[in-house]
Design a protein around this ligand. Sequence first.
Ligand code: NAP
Length: 324
Amino acid sequence: MLYRTLPGTELQLPAIGLGCWALGGEHWGDDVDDASSLALIEGARERGVDLFDTAPLYGHGHADALLRRALGGTRHEVVIATKVGVRWDTPDGHPRSDLSPAHVVADCEASLVRLGLDVIPLLQTHWPCEGGTPLAATLEALEGLRQAGKVRAYGLCNAPPADLDEALALAPIASLQTPYSMIRRDFEAALRGRCGALGADGRWQQRLGVLAYEALGRGLLTGKFAAAPAFPESDMRRHDPRFREPAWSTLRPLREALRICAARVEVPPAALAIAWVLRQPGVSVALVGAKRLAQLDEDLRALEVIGRARVFEALAPFVARARP
Ligand SMILES: NC(=O)c1ccc[n+]([C@@H]2O[C@H](COP(=O)([O-])OP(=O)(O)OC[C@H]3O[C@@H](n4cnc5c(N)ncnc54)[C@H](OP(=O)(O)O)[C@@H]3O)[C@@H](O)[C@H]2O)c1
């Protein structure tokens, strides 16, 4: 495993972390089952994937319960990154972000109990507040949790540039979790320069950790779909325009180039898509949403090809033209 240190902390993160959203059993179709999820978590651990990204929202606590069950006592030795803020006890039942200090503290306490931890290694705000709480007040609550020893480090997910600037000015935030893939590259223009910079020695200096999600484009970059897939109603990708025309055809040259290049270096296309993300300046970790151990084994092969510059040179023009 390749490790990356989260700047300003003692946290060592494996370059590939397991995203646990699908394991919650909602929004990702009908083929998620607890037995496979438990085997996946145990297998991840055996393979050095010591970073698990979860959230109270993932199955309303179910992903957390599976993590606790599968990891057992080793849950204290790995990095569990979880989130705060999203409530689902809303009048219309739609999840909503509440980053008021009281809710941040209550949500964190509930996660500590559910995960069976004394301290949460990395706590992230799930998405920006929709309840009017100033970011400064949220950060003060997170810093209070850190100083009370309930959280080792904290960061933001899905932060727009202005929030990231404000947070960097006000608090020792350790991380940003954000979407980034060959087909979703807003990070480059909007956020990367805030997360690090090229040093005088020409080397990239990371200012805070960046955990990239959707490295696989929700499966679109794995090469497994010969035609636009028909997802069941239980799978949110049914409503994702990238899996429908016109984006499906627009992205065909990239999918085809991935398939050909992956065959040339003898790894699955998923491995190339993840390695592409890990090669980008500013990225610390790619979170991958494998559902089964066989998928994770394919995804981990990214580590074999990170250094294969020529294959990424061959892919570059296709990535440049891939705008869904
Ligand atoms: N902070 C946030 O707001 C936020 C938002 C989104 C995600 N995340 C995090 O990021 C994690 C990853 O999710 P994501 O949305 O970014 O999705 P992703 O990793 O781009 O794609 C995940 C999907 O790809 C498919 N897959 C994975 N490996 C594969 C392989 N080797 N071959 C074929 N298919 C494969 C699986 O779905 P199928 O088998 O069903 O096709 C899987 O569910 C989440 O679990 C979560 O931890 C966080």
